[in-house]
Design a protein around this ligand. Structure first.
Ligand code: CU
Length: 97
């Protein structure tokens, strides 16, 4: 779930190589996007997966499937200008399969 200015996830630990079905809800009043990046990354070019803000207007819920390629730390982030800095980063852990 995304809102101003946070991301929440019912799950924070995943396994590499397993497809996960994510239900993304924008519970905020503005646009947000959802991206998966390597831990600490801040640039869109580093995103492994991205759901653009057009798909997540206020109140929208959509589903996407993503598979983490390998173990390590990843972050769920919103990369709209200023949103990451405002706190929209959620670290998650991915374990070896
Ligand atoms: Cu945002």
């Amino acid at each position: 779930m995304l809102s101003e200015w946070s991301l929440e996830s019912s799950r924070r630990t995943f396994r590499a190589g397993v497809p996960y079905h994510f239900q993304l809800t924008n519970a905020g009043t503005g646009e947000h996007e959802w991206a998966v990046v390597p831990g600490g990354a801040t640039d869109e070019s580093e995103a492994l997966f991205e759901v653009e803000e057009d798909w997540l207007p206020s109140g929208a819920t959509i589903s996407r499937t993503f598979t983490f390629p390998g173990p390590g730390r990843y972050d769920f982030v919103c990369l709209l200008p200023g949103h990451l800095e405002a706190g929209m980063r959620l670290p998650v852990e991915v374990l070896a399969r």
